[in-house]
Design a protein around this ligand. Structure first.
Ligand code: FES
Length: 103
């Protein structure tokens, strides 16, 4: 999988999520959980909602449409109506920037 630039780390404040639209790739939601960075698909697996517009609560992201939740670290659904997991992408920090292996 190609390693791709996501954004400057400073763009993702602690306990928040931002949307990154990768050229020729998916939209990715990038999270900062107490200084640890994670990335998942941005589009909810239940419908056409941007998870970056949702709410980070601990290690969960709550979808803005129907309130479904996922574990940010694993992509597993943790609350209805979500059933299918999100794809997750390992994030690495190099200097001031964040990268992830995203297809
Ligand atoms: S679209 Fe995300 S919970 Fe329905």
């Amino acid at each position: 999988m190609p390693k791709r630039f996501l954004c400057p780390a400073a763009r993702v404040a602690p306990e928040t999520v931002v949307r990154v639209d990768l050229a020729e790739g998916p939209c990715v939601a990038v999270y900062n959980l107490d200084g640890a960075y994670y990335a998942t698909d941005d589009v909810c697996t239940h419908g056409d909602a941007s998870l970056a517009e949702g709410v980070v609560d601990g290690t969960s992201i709550m979808c803005p449409y129907h309130g479904g939740t996922f574990d940010i670290r694993t992509g597993e659904p943790t609350g209805p109506p979500c059933i299918a997991p999100l794809r997750t992408f390992r994030v690495t920090r190099e200097g001031d920037d964040l990268y992830a292996e995203v297809e």
